[in-house]
Design a binder for this molecule. Structure first.
Ligand code: TXA
Ligand code: MG
Length: 341
């Protein structure tokens, strides 16, 4: 299959949107940007389209998909028994990087979307290309991140191309995504609202709207039965092993020297202030702020695959606000490993 990547601007109509809508209506899958990462979309009511998403990504079929909508009116067609807290969160944070787990209306969405659960994750993304596509289509779109399963999520159209060329017909390329880590997933069907995956909407932001919210740590989540089934799989991993390391120039300098003495080639992922360290490759986390770290993380992890590094060192950050989402992804890509001299 030939894969076309077309540059689009969501603020203006473009024949590429007509083409994307026609492909989606015909049960095919199309990649498109959201404000978090690129999604690989298929019509969520169409079994064949949803099967096509799992096949293109090589994704385990027990891992349910997020359903994207472009307008509030679409919501009631697919979900029921919405709590007041769920409505308040949607009103406060949609469109935006928030996925709300809701009770699904039986028989409305493909069973393959929910992977047999009686709930569904719904989100209204805040990206002009995604919104134009969803509104023109007027159908719910199931869309996981548009990467090969296990690889870092794509934050640029070319990342999608790297992973899925030959497997999908069309990539709508709206440039680099803004936030860089996937949406926050919150379960509002439970008595106490629980964050299943941290993201751009933080615990503090929820609490200002609906009161107390639980955010289990990575360890707590590992210990219990995984509520968001996707959390149990290896994620965001480049080919070489990733180690977290303290965000300290002296510590990193010594680590690189030790690894070199062992004959290992090192890729370093860190803020610009670390760029003078003698690593074999350096991929930036920008100024090291949470916003820039989130925006650069997946691109930096992906860039490691174009090197022959033996080991990847990535500097950590604190878990306040979006730091929680960043560290959740970094801990997973490192499989929990931490480099200590
Ligand atoms: O930012 C995002 O959310 C991106 C863009 C494309 O919208 N999408 C995304 O989808 O990250 P995906 O499929 O890579 O991640 C979906 C996560 C998984 O961890 C999955 O297990 C969880 O959401 N999930 C989906 N439906 C669920 C449900 N009914 N109950 C619990 N967890 C669910
Ligand atoms: Mg994903």
């Amino acid at each position: 299959m030939e894969t076309k990547r077309v540059i689009v601007d969501g603020k203006v109509a473009d024949p590429a949107f007509d083409e994307a809508v026609a492909l989606l209506k015909a049960g095919q899958v199309v990649a498109f940007p959201t404000e978090t990462v690129y999604g690989l979309g298929g019509v969520a009511t169409n079994d064949e389209a949803v099967a096509g998403i799992y096949a293109a990504k090589g994704r385990p079929s027990d891992n349910p998909l997020i359903v994207h909508i472009g307008a509030f009116e679409q919501l009631d067609r697919y979900v029921m028994d919405l709590s007041d807290k769920a409505k308040a969160c949607m009103k406060a944070f949609w469109p935006g990087p928030l996925t709300v787990i809701c009770k699904v209306k039986p028989g409305t969405l493909s069973n393959k979307v929910t992977a047999g659960l009686d709930t569904v994750g719904i989100r209204m993304p805040n990206h002009p290309v995604a919104l134009r596509l969803l509104r023109q289509l007027d159908e719910p779109v199931a869309a996981p991140s548009a990467n090969t399963s296990g690889k870092p999520s794509p934050t640029e159209g070319v990342h999608v191309e790297e992973d899925l060329t030959g497997r999908i017909p069309l990539i709508l390329d709206g440039g680099a995504t803004g936030i860089g880590v996937e949406s926050t997933v919150i379960d509002l069907t439970l008595d106490t609202p629980t964050i299943l995956r941290p993201g751009g909407i933080t615990k503090e932001m929820f609490e200002s709207v609906i009161g107390p919210v639980i955010e289990p740590t990575h360890i707590e989540q590992k210990a219990g039965a995984p509520k968001a089934p996707g959390m149990k799989y290896t994620h965001y991993a480049p080919d070489a092993p990733v180690y977290q390391i303290a965000c300290d120039v002296d510590v990193v300098t010594r680590a690189v020297a030790t690894l070199h003495a062992e004959g290992k080639k090192v890729a370093l992922l860190a803020p610009d202030a670390f760029s003078d360290i003698d690593s074999d490759w350096f991929f930036t986390f920008g100024d090291g702020s949470h916003a820039q770290m989130a925006a650069h993380l997946y691109d930096a992890l992906r860039a490691c695959n174009a090197t022959d590094a033996d080991i990847v060192l990535a500097t950590i950050t604190d878990k306040s606000d979006v730091g929680s989402a960043i560290m959740n992804r970094l801990e997973k890509s490192a499989g929990g490993r931490f480099y200590e001299a």
